[in-house]
Design a protein around this ligand. Structure first.
Ligand code: 5GP
Ligand code: MN
Length: 344
């Protein structure tokens, strides 16, 4: 069944345009632009309709996402645990945005699984887990924000979009497509972005807020990663960057600083696979990007307990940073044939 068919939209129309209810919107751990943008965008719309809406994310999100016009508070479960638990226990509807497996909500997964009210999932990653009453799961969509815009349109809530929601949804589409450069297989993201511009949003300012907002330390960290920490293997069409906790601390690392660094090696001629390994307190976080049809989500799921999209995925490793990188290099030998055969 196509998830974006009339039946699901009719059900969600009944849920969202009936009596006013308490709604909690939750997104995934290490929230990115689509997680925060789709959550604030939908929360604004549902709030304008008259619902009581709260947004909660499992942990902190980067500074370059802290400029939205929306005045809604984004509760951080790690910091506001008591309030967050209270919000969830009072809510009648729980909406999961930009993830399709309770595990992606990390410390909040138990709250989600045990939630007694109506559960809705709106997401664009492959391999969804069935844990919601209503599920919109469409991998064709560039971003959850684009799906939210479609949902809002189909359920007759478009009149409740305001400047703040248009800005947040646009940001979700922009960030998940790398400024409209990938994750685009249909006109949809451009059409949605063009429609959202009708609310008078300042797309140049959004672009600049997200991408031209580096701290000096973050810019230096990027330079260090590319200059000193990147290894290029033309024979595998692969590049890898690995960075230790001590190195991060040297650059006064802030959460989210290395976000996007994994994309840079793909600008190297003939490189189609890029990996970034970051040493965290108790785990090594892995990010993977690819060009063409090398499926980094399957690679990450198989070897790093993660997942994501065909060309953008993440996961983690319990080995040390050095061991993780060694293991990755071993895997490249196994994947050599496949990597050499990929057409961009
Ligand atoms: P990033 O590399 O930017 O952290 O994540 C890239 C993509 O992979 C995003 O769509 C994100 O949701 C997904 N992703 C990141 N980490 C994980 C993970 O640990 N598990 C799964 N299933 N997906 C992940
Ligand atoms: Mn997304």
């Amino acid at each position: 069944m196509k998830n974006t068919d009339n039946e699901i939209f009719n059900s969600l129309k009944a849920l969202f345009t009936g009596k006013r209810v308490k709604i909690v919107i939750i997104s995934h751990e290490n929230p990115d632009g689509d997680a925060v943008g789709s959550s604030l965008g939908l929360a604004e719309v549902l709030g304008n309709f008259g619902h009581e809406v709260n947004v909660i994310v499992p942990n902190v999100y980067p500074e370059f996402l802290k400029w939205f016009s929306s005045e809604l508070k984004v509760w951080i479960y790690d910091i506001d645990k008591k309030e967050a638990k209270n919000i969830i226990s009072c809510a009648e509807v729980l909406i999961c945005l930009d993830f399709n497996n309770p595990e992606r909500a990390a410390k909040m997964s138990k709250q989600i699984i045990q939630f007694q009210g109506t559960k809705v999932m709106i997401d664009h990653h492959p391999y969804p887990v069935q844990f919601c009453d209503y599920m919109i799961s469409e991998t064709e969509y560039s971003s959850t924000a684009e799906l939210v815009f479609r949902l809002v349109t189909e359920t007759g809530l478009k009149d409740f979009i305001n400047y703040a929601s248009a800005e947040a949804l646009y940001t979700g589409i922009m960030t998940d497509t790398g400024s409209f450069s990938h994750n685009i297989s249909r006109p949809g993201p451009f059409l949605a972005a063009a429609e959202l511009m009708k609310w008078g949003i300042d797309t140049e300012k959004i672009q600049s807020n997200v991408y031209h907002n580096f701290s000096a330390d973050r810019m230096k960290l990027l330079g260090y990663c590319l200059n000193k920490k990147m290894e290029v293997f033309p024979e595998y069409r692969t590049a890898v960057i690995h960075i230790s906790r001590d190195e991060l601390l040297e650059y006064n690392f802030q959460p989210g600083d290395p976000e996007g660094f994994v994309n840079y090696p793909l600008s190297i001629n003939n490189i189609i696979f890029s990996a970034l390994f970051i040493e965290k307190k108790d785990v090594v976080k892995a990010s993977f990007r690819s060009k063409g049809n090398f499926p980094v989500n399957n690679f990450s799921q198989r070897y790093f307990g993660g997942g994501g999209h065909l060309n953008a995925a993440g996961g983690e490793s319990k080995l040390t940073l050095t061991e993780t990188v060694e293991r990755f290099k071993q895997l490249l030998i196994e994947f050599k044939h496949q990597l050499l055969g990929i057409t961009e």
